[in-house]
Write a protein that binds this ligand. Structure first.
Ligand code: C6P
Length: 420
């Protein structure tokens, strides 16, 4: 190992964070891609899974696999106990008031659709308005568009400035007596902006408007306390926080969830069924029709335990160091323009390279075993706002290192040379 690497590593250790030790927990990171050691910098798309999560899934399937809340047999009781223990872990992770407020869903997308369907069906009418921001992921745009079309309601969009920050004065002007809900992202997947959600929530609440926060890109990086925030809904995806795909969380205030109609009908969400009338189950089961992703919930709990053991504050501190290094290293490449230069950012550096399509950047890096994302990142209105069709996006996790970022920067310098 070169002396330079030893210095960098010990610097990470002195931050209270032994990244080389942590990397040992992620088997996929040892893999060679095209003859090169994998450098995985597509963490906003999905994160890699530690042994603890893989082991939790294996243990569940090898010794407890069974359906939940149905069987009277031992396996089913074990599966039910672990599934509900996972819900308890999520409740503590978000500091929710009760397990009734934690609904397991497939991911952030399904959670937002659930609210759009259920809350929308009950409380949105013709002439009403839903407020979102100009930096939303399609998952926090399209469900509201569908709802607005169905109901004759209108979608209002709070603008963002050239740095990629929400313009709060303009946002506040959009709030009025017709606004039924504000739905904004906590952290932008395309820009990395951390939104001032406390101010956003307060402004909405001062007018009696409920708020949904899309936490898909925040939960892996920032401590979230839903009681302190006071938001009505908070959603996130398990796979972006080192857990399995196909599991996610909708947090909702019990008072609202109680009044909302079910999203889907089926088994588990009922108390009794006759052909004349169905009585729905209590929360949270009213919103969990059908057999849930039991292993997924258990894997998510293991991921939460893993992240908690590292400490989200320690993780955030380390990731901020990486973010500053990546921003500096990439900005130093001739012709790089960083898209998203907000004061408060998390884990994402999106950029365009003058004269080179983002897909070419992504493809050339792939030849070096480097995984980044290139494209519109399911945030086409953000691309339009910045006058680009696509960006190359480096998104960070706590297992990334300064050396990996240096390798990416060196590769992009080479791309620059090739394209002139
Ligand atoms: N963003 C990205 O590469 P799902 O697919 O349901 O797990 O998450 C949807 C979603 C919702 N909100 C935000 C802010 C997101 O970033 C995402 C997913 C990934 O940026 C895949 S497009």
């Amino acid at each position: 190992m070169r002396a330079e690497n030893i210095t960098l590593e010990s610097r990470s250790v002195s931050l209270g964070f032994d990244v080389e030790r942590i990397r040992q927990d992620f088997p996929i990171l040892k893999q060679k891609i095209k003859g090169k050691t994998l450098i995985y910098l597509d963490n906003a798309a999905t994160t890699q899974k530690p042994e603890a999560v893989l082991e939790a899934l294996r243990r569940y399937y090898t010794s407890k696999n069974s359906n939940v809340h149905r069987g009277v047999h031992w396996l089913s009781e074990q599966a039910t106990r672990d599934y509900e223990a996972a819900r308890h872990r999520v409740k503590s992770f978000l500091n929710a008031g009760s397990e009734h407020e934690i609904i397991f869903v497939r991911g952030a997308t399904e959670a937002i659709n659930l609210v759009a369907h259920s809350f929308g069906r009950k409380w949105v009418q013709a002439g009403d308005e839903i407020v979102i921001s100009a930096m939303e992921h399609h998952s926090n745009i399209v469900p509201w568009q569908i709802l607005c079309e169905e109901k004759g309601a209108a979608l209002r969009v709070a603008p963002i400035n050239d740095e990629g920050e929400m313009v709060l004065e303009e946002y506040e002007k959009l709030l009025n007596s017709r606004t039924r809900l504000v739905a904004v992202t906590h952290v932008s997947n395309a820009l990395g902006t951390v939104n001032p959600i406390r101010s956003i929530i307060q402004a909405a609440h001062s007018k009696g408007i409920p708020v949904l926060i899309d936490g898909a890109q925040a939960a892996p990086h920032l401590k979230v306390d839903v009681q302190e925030l006071g938001c009505e809904f908070y959603v996130f995806s398990g796979h972006k926080i080192y857990g399995p795909t196909g599991i996610g969380v909708l947090y909702g205030k019990e008072r609202l969830l109680d009044q909302m109609p079910p999203y889907q009908g089926g088994g588990e969400m009922i108390r009794s069924v006759t052909f004349q009338k169905t009585i729905y189950n209590q929360l949270p089961y009213k919103f969990e029709a059908g057999t849930p992703h039991i292993a997924g919930a258990i894997g998510l709990a293991a991921a939460i335990d893993y992240v908690n053991a590292l400490g989200l504050e320690t993780v955030a501190h380390y990731e901020q160091m990486l973010l500053a290094h990546a921003t500096e290293a990439l900005a130093a490449v001739r012709g790089v323009r960083i898209i998203g230069t907000a004061q408060d950012k998390a884990a994402v550096v999106s950029f365009v390279l003058d004269g080179v399509h983002a897909h070419d950047v992504g493809t050339i890096l792939d030849q070096q075993g480097i995984a980044i994302r290139a494209g519109h990142h399911c945030a086409m209105p953000v691309m339009e706002r910045f006058g680009v069709s696509a960006t190359a996006r480096v998104s960070l996790a706590f297992y990334n290192t300064r050396q990996e970022i240096d390798a990416v920067a060196a590769s992009i310098h080479k791309v620059r040379e090739v394209f002139g």
